[in-house]
Design a protein around this ligand. Structure first.
Ligand code: WAQ
Ligand code: MG
Length: 255
């Protein structure tokens, strides 16, 4: 049976003044039913039009009916870590990744790869031991899609956990809960490419969602999203899971 839910995806970019390279401004992915299509598309348009990375001159919004059954997942447990400097924040992130069996060399290599991808609008997938990039999506990266967390349930969760009910946190925890749930994922490392946002995270099934408040200097636009995997085969089915498998985050305190 076909569901009555739709995937809505937005991406917005800006042409650089003197060459044809696009600057990524903003992206977003949501799931909603038919009656919510208009308001959800409007929220995504609003996101694109009010972004701190700049004013877009290209905005695309795509809507597709979801054919599969939508799986519900509980959000990863959350912990907020305070770091006094970016150096301390990055060191903590590195220690957390190493605790999950990722090699230091793999972390260094992945960070070097990401520095060379200023137009990246997705994530890179990297081998946990060697740090080799495994996906072949180039400058674009793999965009994790087809996930959402309904606002009332998120609001209840945020009150219960004493964290701000901000959309960015909701989107990041939604994405990483989907990513970490797959058995090929070892851990994810992320910080924003928005110049006004310094909090990032390391997440895994075992660590949960470990926010780190100081991952980037204010004003910088170099973001990061690295998914460390243990996956010698089946990379294409793993990528298919990230891009296509529909997920709702659903929190319940009745445990
Ligand atoms: N799939 C894959 N990669 C993505 C996606 C996606 N759906 N969305 C963003 N990215 C990549 C892309 O390369 C961006 O440049 C980079 O991640 C950062 O994205 O307070 O805001 O949306 O707990 O800017 C984490 C902390 C905030 C939130 C992360 O990332 C908190 C953030 P942004
Ligand atoms: Mg961003």
């Amino acid at each position: 049976m076909t569901s009555h839910f739709y995937s809505i995806r937005m991406r917005a970019s800006q042409n650089k003044a003197n060459n044809s390279e696009q600057k990524h401004i903003s992206g977003g992915e949501r799931i909603c039913d038919y009656t919510e299509l208009r308001s959800t598309a409007d929220q995504l348009l609003e996101k694109a039009m009010t972004h701190s990375r700049g004013r877009p001159d290209f905005i695309q919004i795509k809507l597709d009916l979801i054919e599969q059954t939508i799986q519900s997942l509980p959000p990863l447990p959350i912990k907020t870590n305070k770091a006094l400097s970016v150096i301390e924040g990055r060191q903590l992130a590195k220690d957390l990744l190493i605790s999950q069996g990722i090699t230091e060399a793999a972390i260094e290599k992945a960070l070097t790869i990401i520095q060379l991808l200023p137009a990246l609008r997705g994530a890179i997938i990297v081998d946990r031991y060697s740090g080799e990039r495994l996906d072949s999506s180039g400058q674009r990266g793999i965009r994790v899609s087809r996930m959402d967390w309904k606002q009332p349930n998120f609001n209840d969760w945020s009150i219960d956990h004493f964290v701000p009910a901000n959309t960015r946190l909701k989107e990041a925890l939604t994405l990483t809960t989907k990513v970490c749930r797959h058995h090929h994922t070892v851990a994810e490392l992320c910080w924003s490419d928005d110049p006004d946002y310094q909090t990032g995270y390391v997440a895994s099934m075992k660590l949960g969602y470990q926010r780190i408040n100081n991952m980037k200097e204010l004003g910088k636009e170099d973001g990061c999203r690295i998914i460390f995997v243990d996956c010698e085969t089946n990379l294409s089915s793993y990528i298919n899971y990230l891009e296509k498998e529909p997920i709702f985050i659903q929190w319940s305190d009745l445990k």
